[in-house]
Ligand binder design. Structure first.
Ligand code: C2E
Ligand code: MG
Ligand code: MG
Ligand code: MG
Length: 280
């Protein structure tokens, strides 16, 4: 009957709620504890210079070594941390840890240049500039070896405020890259106004280069356009030699992806540098 159906619907509804809300709340508590208990770590994925040998570049990518569930991907906790505000202390931890590890590698003679992801909430937080300054000062990692990766959504709320912040960071010697380019609003008008050094073409374009004419056309013209604006281009998610061949032909500056290396532990990064890069 309709009454029964109605009751069932209510039951279903409450079951869904009781299934997801406490779980999410539990995650939030867990993230807080995990920061205190050092359960997070950073892996580093190299970025390869296509046309010239230069610095040893890496992107820092967070992982959560969860005591019961094992290694968790950032996609499973970064969005939750953003929603509940824990991205601020977590982002602070990432900056601090990245700079600490970065300095250790520099001190071993590895000419490291490291990119760190910054979420929109984090960049827009009033504490952000101070958090960056403090990470650099307390660790001694040089600002000129740091790059911050931001996304287009960082400009939706307060474009001029975000631009001013990026300008301050650049004046400190930090480089800025625009991550996941092509997935947001990607206005070419804004691209001209943004104080950025690098543009990262999203993996969704690179992974379809071989079969999709539009991905090809977009990637080739974004590289050209970026170069006209004095911005260097990084291709994300390169998995095949055929993709690298096209990117090389189009004069793309840097490439990152499983074709070269997966995200690696700090120790694996050291070994990679000594066995492969320094040898060249
Ligand atoms: P992202 O910044 O766009 O990072 C690139 C993602 O693509 C990484 O996933 C990387 O492992 C993956 N990737 C790289 N090359 C390939 C490839 O050839 N094929 C495929 N299939 N994947 C590739 P990951 O590490 O799971 O990170 C996912 C996202 O989580 C990142 O995307 C970034 O938005 C966010 N994230 C990671 N670390 C942090 C962090 O420390 N702070 C913040 N706020 N966000 C982070
Ligand atoms: Mg990134
Ligand atoms: Mg990206
Ligand atoms: Mg991406």
């Amino acid at each position: 009957s309709a009454k029964e159906l109605g009751r069932n619907q209510v039951r279903l509804f409450t079951e869904t709620l009781s299934d997801t809300r406490p779980r999410r709340l539990q995650r939030e508590h867990e993230i807080q504890d995990a920061i205190d208990q050092d359960q997070f770590l950073l892996l580093m994925q190299p970025q390869i210079s296509i046309h010239e040998e230069s610095l040893f570049r890496v992107e820092a990518l967070i992982r959560w070594q969860h005591p019961q569930e094992g290694m968790l991907s950032p996609l499973e906790f970064i969005p939750i941390a953003e929603d509940c505000g824990l991205i601020i202390p977590l982002g602070r931890w990432v900056l601090r840890y990245a700079c600490t590890v970065g300095l250790q590698l520099l001190e071993q003679g590895i000419p490291l240049f490291m990119a760190v992801n910054v979420s929109t909430k984090q960049l827009n937080s009033p504490d952000f500039l101070e958090d960056v300054r403090s990470a650099l000062e307390k660790t001694g990692y040089p600002a000129t070896n740091l790059e911050l990766e931001i996304t287009e959504s960082s400009f939706l709320e307060d474009m001029d405020g975000a631009i001013a912040k990026l300008q301050t960071l650049r004046n400190m010697g930090i480089s800025i890259s625009l991550d996941d380019f092509g997935t947001g609003f990607s206005s070419l008008h804004y691209l001209r106004k943004l104080p950025i050094d690098y543009l990262k073409i999203d993996r969704s374009f690179i992974s379809t280069l071989d079969e999709d004419r539009e991905s090809k056309a977009i990637t080739a013209s974004v590289i050209k356009l970026a170069h006209t604006l004095n911005i260097k281009v990084i291709a994300e998610g390169v998995e095949q030699a055929s993709q690298l061949a096209l990117l090389t032909q189009w004069n793309c500056d840097l490439a990152q992806g499983f074709y070269f290396h997966r995200p690696l532990s700090v120790q694996a990064i050291e070994e990679l540098y000594y066995t492969k890069y320094r040898a060249n």
